[in-house]
Ligand binder design. Structure first.
Ligand SMILES: NC(=O)C1=CN([C@@H]2O[C@H](COP(=O)(O)OP(=O)(O)OC[C@H]3O[C@@H](n4cnc5c(N)ncnc54)[C@H](OP(=O)(O)O)[C@@H]3O)[C@@H](O)[C@H]2O)C=CC1
Ligand SMILES: CC(C)CCC[C@@H](C)[C@H]1CC[C@H]2[C@@H]3CC=C4C[C@@H](O)CC[C@]4(C)[C@H]3CC[C@]12C
Ligand code: FES
Length: 416
């Protein structure tokens, strides 16, 4: 008897109990295998909520009362994530607001992604809201003008005798790397001066996608990568067990003092031709009751590529290897959309990278609570051991130009 018939017979003759066990097993394996997805809203993480005050109110109060400091320009030059590739099917159009711009992002009939200015040059309709993909073009929802996604030229006006030669829309340089749709932003409008490597260049082994986290952080974009050069904060802010949560007020609880994270870190910029890259080499270990447990030893090679993308190569001697891709997109002058996507070697059960990402998320959310409330100090009071901070600021200044947009005054509305 074929296996299939046997299985069917066994199930039909088994009582409801077997069915419940089977359904339970299927549900557990689905939960274990499906990618992790932790999405945190702008007010959800990193604010000190008080009794009788909602998180949203606590966030509003924190933003209102905050002193910004003398900020660098708010939109540096470089490659930035607009969408995940999976968010844009063939023939799909999306509106994306970031970098002080409005983009219409679409995938044409051949599957290529195009990024154009959202506002139609005819009468200003937003192509990202109701625009349709017609072959390699995007069609405006208002009067039907069609623009080619690669040249930007208007190729059809349904009601006009002829199409004016000068009718075109701005096309932004874009690419798809490591499951992300990226746009090139430069204050002088020049073409891309470097490319974004795929994650396989950092970790040349097949690593399936195991999950993502999304956060919105109320901070200037430069403060996030500066965290990588701020090696002193690792041994202080990130010393508490990741299980003790991310609220700065409570994570130093007596219950968790037996569990400590230990860090060694070195940050340095890369030499030409990768001067737009820098690298943080981290060595991490944990102690329980003062005893070193090597199963959580971890080496991280965090490659910062430009102002907004980081490839964190994770190497556990026992748990395996993987890579976290971090993207930071300024959706407002002081609101960063931060996404972490983890990919991990195939032969490691999915629950391990999902646990690693949860642990990373918990540690990252501590940084978020600092960033949401801090002031940017253009002249920080540093000691010798903070030397990497100034080196990082010199390195990062390469991404600003004369015309990079700045926040002009403290009064700039911070509510968005
Ligand atoms: N295309 C691009 O733009 C870029 C590509 N790359 C490529 O990515 C690949 C991966 O880079 P990478 O992961 O750094 O290569 P490796 O992990 O091989 O790093 C090179 C050496 O650095 C040491 N090292 C690595 N991680 C750590 C750590 N966390 N702490 C201390 N020492 C460490 C190791 O020395 P040991 O084990 O002996 O202690 C290792 O042999 C490289 O081939 C690089 O060329 C990198 C940057 C940009
Ligand atoms: C306990 C284990 C499993 C989890 C450890 C997570 C560690 C490695 C994570 C938590 C927070 C992370 C940092 C969060 C933010 C940044 C800024 C980025 O521009 C460079 C990397 C850097 C500096 C990350 C380095 C790695 C980091 C320190
Ligand atoms: S506004 Fe786009 S076609 Fe008229």
């Amino acid at each position: 008897m074929a296996l299939r018939e046997w299985l069917l017979g066994a199930l039909l003759s088994a009582g409801p109990g077997a069915w419940i066990v089977l359904l339970g097993v299927l549900l557990l394996s689905w939960l274990a295998l499906r990618p992790l997805r932790l999405l945190r809203g702008p007010d959800e993480v990193g604010y000190a909520g008080e009794a009788g005050c909602s998180r949203a109110e606590a966030a509003r109060r924190a933003r209102r009362s905050r002193r910004l400091g003398q900020l660098p320009p708010v939109y540096p030059n470089g490659w930035f994530r607009l969408l995940d590739s999976a968010q844009l099917a063939r023939g799909e159009v999306r509106k994306v607001a970031a970098l002080g711009e409005q983009f219409a992002v679409f995938r044409n009939s051949e599957g290529k992604v195009c990024v154009v200015d959202a506002y139609c040059p005819h009468l200003g309709a937003n192509l990202g809201v109701g625009g349709q993909v017609v072959g390699s073009c995007i069609e405006c929802p208002f009067h039907g003008w069609q623009f080619d996604g690669e040249s930007g030229k208007c190729v059809r006006i349904p009601y006009a005798e002829k199409v004016p030669e000068f009718a075109k829309i701005k096309v932004w340089p874009s690419c798809e790397v490591s499951d992300m749709v990226l746009v090139w932003y430069h204050c002088d409008g020049i073409d891309p001066t470097w490319r974004v490597p795929d994650r396989e260049e950092f970790l040349p082994r097949p690593c399936p996608f195991r999950g993502l986290t999304e956060h919105f952080v109320n901070v200037h974009i430069e403060e996030i990568p500066e965290n990588g050069a701020d090696t002193a904060h690792l041994s202080f802010l990130h010393r508490h067990a990741f299980l003790s949560g991310a609220d700065l007020r409570y994570m130093d609880s007596p219950f968790w003092t037996f569990f400590r994270h230990h860090w060694q870190a070195d940050w340095h910029p890369d030499p030409e031709p990768n001067a737009h890259c820098s690298r943080l080499q981290l060595k991490h270990s944990i102690t329980l009751f003062g005893k070193h447990f090597s199963f959580m030893d971890l080496r991280v090679s965090a490659w910062q590529v430009g102002p907004s993308l980081v490839f964190l190569v994770l190497r556990f001697p026992l748990l395996g290897q993987g890579i976290i891709v971090q993207s930071v997109t300024p959706v407002q002058p002081l609101m960063q959309q931060v996404i972490h996507r983890i990919y991990f070697q195939k032969n490691v059960p999915a629950f391990i990278p999902k646990m690693v990402l949860r642990a990373e998320c918990s540690q990252f959310e501590r940084d978020v609570m600092i960033w949401n409330h801090k002031q940017y100090l253009s002249k920080p009071l540093l000691v010798k051991e903070d030397g990497a901070i100034q080196r990082h600021r010199r390195w990062f200044s390469q991404f600003y130009g004369e015309k990079s947009p700045k926040i002009t005054s403290q009064k700039e509305s911070l509510d968005w």
